[in-house]
Design a protein around this ligand. Structure first.
Ligand SMILES: *[C@@H]1O[C@H](CO)[C@@H](O)[C@H](O)[C@H]1NC(C)=O
Ligand SMILES: *[C@@H]1O[C@H](CO)[C@@H](O)[C@H](O)[C@H]1NC(C)=O
Ligand SMILES: *[C@@H]1O[C@H](CO)[C@@H](O)[C@H](O)[C@H]1NC(C)=O
Ligand SMILES: *[C@@H]1O[C@H](CO)[C@@H](O)[C@H](O)[C@H]1NC(C)=O
Ligand SMILES: *[C@@H]1O[C@H](CO)[C@@H](O)[C@H](O)[C@H]1NC(C)=O
Ligand SMILES: *[C@@H]1O[C@H](CO)[C@@H](O)[C@H](O)[C@H]1NC(C)=O
Ligand SMILES: *[C@@H]1O[C@H](CO)[C@@H](O)[C@H](O)[C@H]1NC(C)=O
Ligand SMILES: *[C@@H]1O[C@H](CO)[C@@H](O)[C@H](O)[C@H]1NC(C)=O
Ligand SMILES: *[C@@H]1O[C@H](CO)[C@@H](O)[C@H](O)[C@H]1NC(C)=O
Ligand SMILES: *[C@@H]1O[C@H](CO)[C@@H](O)[C@H](O)[C@H]1NC(C)=O
Length: 871
């Protein structure tokens, strides 16, 4: 007992300021160290209401690195640190003198201090917003932490033009990391090695509000803003959900993250760039980054012919040790290259991209590949190139190579090459030997060092890696085969660095029992049910009508589509490209398509189920439009392409396929699709097709989800007819009571009679308010003017209730009245939809392009059954 007491006394005696009360101010000749304070966080200063505290704090599990920090007390989040690059031990000392703050080790070795100040320090204060101040005797601020931010800003803090945030290496290592957030007069941007890789204005959630010069960035309870005009004008804003405390932090991952804290709950409100692979060093030097939407961490691998070095590094190096990566001459480690006889460019394989190609101008345009490589060879800071074949654009990768992304932009035929140095043994004389070595690398060009000043193109070699066995899914093969020679159309010869499995035709023939059970049909061909050898049920789509262009682009598109994973998008499990056969293997959706459930004889969909379906499809589309790096416009949103799984989980199918068709085919294709009434007006005028075109179609689908009937069907609106009590006759009702539902919805919206729009099968099991919300959103989506339509991202927010539905704009909805009239007239004449739709879009008949009018005329002969798209 005495023994324990003894220890207690001993330990108490080692805490000199036991009983010290935390205050808002401390005064010079104050010292603090972690070891000195009872509070395990080592805090010595607290803001008036206790929201923030200042401490000598160790964020990691091991008690080794201590920093002077300002900490948000409730969440224990470090919002500022002083000596990030110079941590001290547990006995390190912070000292406040009249000259400012200094941090030293116990032995007096210097670690950090505030810069020289104009006047003597009277006090140090921690304010209630988290600002650490040094005050003079007149309460003037001599220095403040808010003007010297580390990686975080908080509410009330201004990050001014000229200031920047630097990422920390990790949560427990606050030394300066690789990434910077800096502010220009027009934008906030993230940079690595001085190269921009992200801009706030590009984010879909960011709205550019004015063109004034940006002065500072700040966060508040409702969003993230760039302000101009002394704070009176918002230049760019990101609206976020209300939260009492939030920070914006440049994370060690290289992403700008806005985090809100509610009690101990932490919520990420905003992440930019969303895709971790957009961060230049996400996978280390030369690592190939694959986005994984299911986890925050991107997946990394090395390109073909590279592997992780035997050294303990995160960078990829050539697998063959006789090749080495050069070091930039701007680097301190630059070695004299004269021992190497040649440089060699190793191709990175097909479908790779690099972040700079989106943000910087090419070094040179209109050159051929060998010139591009020569430009790199003569530049000792150049470590590799990306070359866009069509435009002849040459990008140099200088000083340090970051991570490689799987390509997502379709039209860029980018080729990447890494400069390597060939070991001493290789000389000009022993060519045979050289060739042998080179065989390991399906490289494209070998450039001999400019000993004589003349570049000699030694070899142009392409090696086709015939790959017959299916690739494993979900993982990039370490060996990505090279592009086939440009002229080669032999698609069988190369595989795709994407994820879907490549099947043999005979495998799919067996899986579908020789295409026995057809479960759907459409514009692309028939869909069959199949069972793979591992017993997974799949839907196999046999594609017909693929033009030559489509044949060629097939693999590129599959690589892109196969790489898209979202819970609300039907997953592409595999494909087959053999001879002229093109097949796609999708996951099987056991509840079929929405049109069957909605319009068929299935049990009635309850309102909550409709909400789920609407939300799911909206999320899927929003992801296509903005979640993926490359915007994908679906072009064919309709109930037939919304598939349902258990629990009414909706999944969008057939995305990305419209691109397989060439322009002529796709205009035909889309015109015929438009016959179903989901086609936005801009298809038939000459305006551009954009993601807003999908928004229009989604609005039409939303109306059908509300009403449980087809917008253009000839069925009568029974309850409207019965409803003789309502005096005024809607103009949407024709003589026979045929209704163009979108117009009826517009009229009911004008009169506030939302419940009349609800599916009668619901028998009132829905509130007027719920229907109103859907109808308002739907009407906004079908605005004639595409730019007045909301983005799918805001549609999702409106459906979720995060933002209120905006008010539909009548001036952009009046075209519905015209369509409605045409519809009534047409329905008197014809029975089927094709003719009606041809008439609904009168511009098409006077269209400048003959293909459109021809196709329209042509398709008016086809019954609506045939016209219905694939599912
Ligand atoms: C603070 O320290 C300085 C130098 O060590 C000394 O000159 C000064 O008198 C001290 N002030 C107080 C209030 O102790
Ligand atoms: C601090 O607390 C006082 C009294 O509790 C309150 O009036 C004041 O609004 C608080 N200040 C802040 C910034 O929370
Ligand atoms: C400095 O500010 C504090 C609190 O804000 C106040 O109590 C004090 O009187 C001020 N001192 C002077 C000299 O203005
Ligand atoms: C946040 O700032 C914006 C832009 O100045 C402003 O409109 C909004 O009201 C602010 N929010 C709060 C909660 O102060
Ligand atoms: C890599 O380095 C870490 C620490 O630097 C060490 O713990 C680990 O064992 C090393 N791994 C290899 C494979 O050398
Ligand atoms: C430079 O060389 C030093 C020692 O040789 C090594 O620790 C460091 O990692 C090298 N830096 C680079 C960028 O290779
Ligand atoms: C390499 O070093 C040798 C001698 O050390 C020198 O003669 C030669 O110029 C150097 N070459 C380069 C490219 O620096
Ligand atoms: C180059 O060769 C010289 C002698 O030939 C040698 O001293 C030097 O270490 C070599 N440099 C490299 C980088 O291998
Ligand atoms: C590239 O262009 C240069 C000059 O324009 C030309 O001399 C060279 O033959 C070209 N190389 C190839 C492979 O076309
Ligand atoms: C590169 O462009 C040329 C014409 O500019 C074309 O013939 C060739 O097929 C293209 N190569 C690749 C790999 O796309």
């Amino acid at each position: 007992m005495e023994f324990i007491l003894f220890f207690l006394i001993l330990s108490l005696s080692s805490i000199p300021v036991f009983g010290f009360t935390l205050t808002e101010f401390v005064y010079p000749n104050f010292t603090a160290s972690n070891f000195q304070f009872v509070d395990s966080t080592g805090s010595f200063l607290v803001s008036r209401n206790g929201t923030f505290k200042a401490a000598i704090f160790n964020p990691g599990p091991e008690q080794v690195n201590f920093y002077l920090c300002v900490i948000h007390a409730e969440s224990n989040t470090i919002i500022w640190s002083a000596n990030g690059d110079a941590p001290v031990s547990t006995s390190g000392i912070m000292r406040l003198t009249k000259n400012g703050i200094s941090i030293t080790e116990k032995d007096g070795s210097f670690k950090w201090s505030t810069p020289p100040l104009k006047l003597a320090v009277y006090a140090m204060q921690l304010t209630e917003v988290g600002n650490l101040l040094l005050l003079d005797q007149f309460n003037g601020t001599l220095w403040q932490s808010f003007n010297n931010p580390t990686d975080t800003i908080v509410i009330g803090q201004k990050l001014r033009v000229g200031m920047m945030l630097s990422s920390a290496i990790a949560g427990d290592d606050l030394s300066t990391g690789r990434y910077r957030l800096s502010l220009t007069t027009s934008d906030a941007m993230l940079q690595w090695q001085g190269l921009t890789y992200w801009k706030l204005s590009m984010e879909t959630k960011a709205y550019t509000n004015s063109n004034y010069a940006v002065e500072y960035m700040s966060v508040n309870q409702t969003g993230l803003y760039l302000f101009g005009q002394g704070g009176s004008v918002v230049v760019i804003m990101v609206n976020l959900l209300q939260s009492t405390f939030r920070i914006a932090k440049l994370d060690g991952s290289g992403q700008l993250i806005v985090i809100s804290f509610v009690g101990s709950d932490i919520k990420r409100d905003f992440v930019g760039p969303v895709d971790g692979c957009r961060v230049p060093y996400a996978c280390g030097g030369l690592g190939v980054c694959t986005s994984d939407v299911l986890s925050d961490n991107p997946k990394c691998s090395c390109p073909a012919n590279f592997n992780l070095g035997s050294h303990n590094s995160s960078s990829c190096v050539p697998s063959d040790s006789s090749y080495s990566l050069p070091v930039s001459c701007h680097s301190t480690n630059h070695s004299n290259l004269s021992n190497y006889s040649s440089m060699l460019y190793i191709g990175l394989g097909y479908g790779m991209d690099y972040f700079t190609t989106d943000f910087t101008k090419p070094f040179r345009d209109g050159v051929n590949l060998s010139i591009c490589q020569n430009l790199c060879s003569v530049d000792c800071s150049c470590l590799g190139i990306f070359y866009a074949n069509l435009s002849g654009s040459c990008y140099k990768l200088e000083d340090e190579i970051g991570s490689i992304m799987l390509r997502t932009s379709r039209n860029d035929d980018l080729l990447g090459f890494v400069k390597t140095l060939v070991g001493v043994s290789t000389t000009l004389e022993n060519n045979d030997n050289f060739d042998q070595e080179a065989e390991d690398f399906p490289l494209v060009a070998i450039v001999i060092l400019p000993f004589t000043g003349i570049f000699l193109l030694m070899a142009l070699g392409f090696i086709l890696w015939i790959r017959s066995r299916p690739q494993r899914m979900g993982k990039i093969e370490s060996k990505i085969s090279q592009p086939s020679s440009p002229s080669s159309e032999n698609l069988d010869a190369f595989s795709i660095p994407g994820l879907p499995v490549r099947f043999q035709y005979k495998q799919l023939k067996a899986a579908t029992d020789n295409f026995k059970t057809q479960i759907g049909t459409g514009g692309f061909g028939a869909v069959y049910k199949g069972v793979l050898p591992d017993n997974t049920v799949v839907a196999v789509k046999k594609i017909i009508n693929l033009g030559i262009q489509g044949q060629r682009d097939f693999c590129t598109e599959i690589a892109i589509i196969g790489n898209i994973h979202h819970i609300n998008l039907v997953k592409l499990k595999g494909f087959c490209a053999q001879g002229r056969q093109r097949l796609l293997v999708y996951e099987y959706m056991n509840r079929g398509s929405l049109d069957r459930t909605l319009f068929g004889h299935a049990p009635v969909l309850e309102w909550q189920e409709r909400v789920e379906i609407a939300l799911g499809s909206a999320r899927g589309l929003a992801y296509l439009h903005s979640g993926c790096e490359q915007k994908i416009v679906h072009c064919d949103v309709k109930p037939e392409n919304i598939l349902l799984h258990d629990n009414f989980q909706a999944k969008i199918s057939d995305f990305g396929l419209s691109k397989l068709l060439n322009r002529e085919e796709s205009s035909l294709f889309t015109t015929m699709r438009g016959t179903r009434g989901y086609l936005a007006p801009e298809w038939l005028t000459s305006s551009a097709i954009s993601d807003k075109t999908d928004v229009y179609s989604f609005g039409m689908v939303l109306l059908e989800i509300v009403s449980g009937r087809k917008n253009c069907s000839l069925r009568t609106l029974s309850h409207s007819l019965d409803d003789s009590a309502t005096g005024d006759h809607s103009s949407s009702l024709s003589a026979q009571g045929l209704v163009y539902f979108p117009l009826f919805a517009l009229e009911m919206h004008e009169q506030g009679r939302y419940l009349e729009l609800a599916d009668p099968k619901l028998e009132g099991r829905v509130s007027g308010g719920d229907v109103e919300k859907f109808v308002r959103i739907a009407l906004c989506c079908v605005h004639e003017e595409p730019c007045l339509r909301p983005t799918m991202v805001s549609v999702v927010s409106m459906l979720e209730g995060e933002i209120p539905p905006t008010a539909p704009r009548m001036e952009s909805l009046n075209f519905l009245r015209f369509y409605g009239r045409r519809f009534s007239e047409a329905s008197n004449v014809e029975e089927a939809g094709g003719q009606i739709d041809a008439m609904l879009y009168p511009q098409a008949n006077t269209s400048h392009t003959t293909s459109r009018s021809i196709s329209n005329a042509y398709f008016s002969y086809i019954s609506s059954q045939q016209i219905s798209g694939p599912r």
